[in-house]
Design a protein around this ligand. Structure first.
Ligand code: SF4
Length: 338
């Protein structure tokens, strides 16, 4: 089992250089992840294009992240369809080892031979120089919040270049540490809070402590900590969204619906509308995942199908406001089958 706090601290040391104000980014060239990419790797091997679409799989709810908040900031002309492209950079450290992670584990351990230290300024310059530049800039991982300075430094680089109104900045977080509050100063937190063109999503790695431990290889006690951390994030960004993964080795003995109601209670205990801002992610088997899978992982792919049915039942029972209405923006067309 991973010692999350010790490992987080060690990876943070590898993942940031405060003197040079640079962040360790994964080199995607020649990685196992490259086989799954539909567009060429860009930005000197450090960047990739990701296609986000509302359409998911039959039986699964739409996923309007991040195109919907991007449209809210940039307008319908910049994001006309219920989908968008994003320019993605990945930091090269993560403290957990989710079996379903589509990033090869070799790109999560801060391995100097598979990563490069880059300043946010250089990263933003590479992004802005792209000929066909996506309007969304996605800081992903890895676990970006092992180095929470990355988002703040990127905001400042965008502001310095006068690009803050033309770009929607998006970042994710695995809800594993409080580094955002431990290492950022008040000025940084104010910027994080007030920066208009920014959205954040944090991922619940399971629906109970047992599914959490199965998914992450971390201690089951940290499932509860995910909620404590989310509560803190809401003080900085009340519009923070959530993902949840519904994989587990088996359906809970109490039944899928009871387990999902309890999870929904916990989300609504943080913010009544958070249930509607939470998107279940269907786990799929990308190239790096296939080699890691055991029999219980294969079973978990089936379990998630039963759990999402329970999820949808709970949303209906509680009359949840869909995410698009919470953001006050409607898709311009049919979001399915795109
Ligand atoms: S937290 Fe995210 S980056 Fe880290 S192993 Fe899990 S899925 Fe991968």
């Amino acid at each position: 089992m991973i010692d999350t706090d010790r490992w987080s601290s060690e990876l943070r040391t590898r993942g940031v250089d405060h003197v040079a104000r640079s962040v360790l980014l994964s080199v995607l060239d020649d990685s196992a992840q490259a086989a799954d990419l539909s567009a060429p790797i860009n930005c000197s091997g450090l960047g990739r294009i990701r296609h986000f679409s509302s359409a998911t799989s039959p039986g699964w709810p739409d996923n309007p992240l991040p195109w919907l908040p991007a449209r809210q900031h940039l307008g319908v002309d910049a994001v006309p369809e219920p989908r968008c492209e994003a320019q993605v950079f990945q930091n090269a450290v993560c403290n957990w080892r989710c079996w379903y992670c589509y990033v090869p584990f070799s790109l999560l351990r801060g391995d100097a031979s598979r990563s490069r230290m880059v300043t946010a300024e250089d990263m933003v310059d590479m992004y802005l120089a792209l000929e066909e530049r996506p309007v969304v800039l996605d800081l992903s991982g890895g676990q970006p919040d092992l180095v929470p300075e990355w988002v703040v430094w990127t905001m400042r680089a965008l502001i310095d270049r006068g690009a803050q109104d033309d770009v929607f900045l998006w970042s994710d977080d695995n809800l594993s540490n409080d580094y955002l509050f431990r290492y950022l100063g008040d000025g940084d937190l104010d910027l994080l809070s007030s920066y208009r063109g920014y959205g954040r999503v944090a991922c619940f790695k399971g629906f109970d402590d047992s599914s959490f431990a199965f998914n992450t290889a971390a201690s089951p006690e940290l499932f509860k900590r995910q909620f404590d951390l989310f509560r803190s994030l809401l003080t900085v960004r009340p519009d923070t969204c959530a993902y949840v993964t519904l994989t587990a080795p088996k359906i809970p003995a109490e039944g899928a619906l009871v387990a999902m109601r309890r999870f929904a209670d916990s989300l609504q205990g943080l913010d009544h509308d958070l249930l509607g801002r939470t998107v279940p992610l269907r786990i799929e088997v990308f190239t790096p995942v296939a080699a890691r899978m055991r029999a219980d992982h294969h079973a978990a792919l089936q379990v998630q199908e039963a759990m999402v049915e329970a999820w949808l039942t709970v949303l209906e029972e509680r009359g949840v406001i869909p995410l698009d209405k919470q953001f006050g923006a409607q898709p311009s067309g049919d979001s399915r089958g795109v």
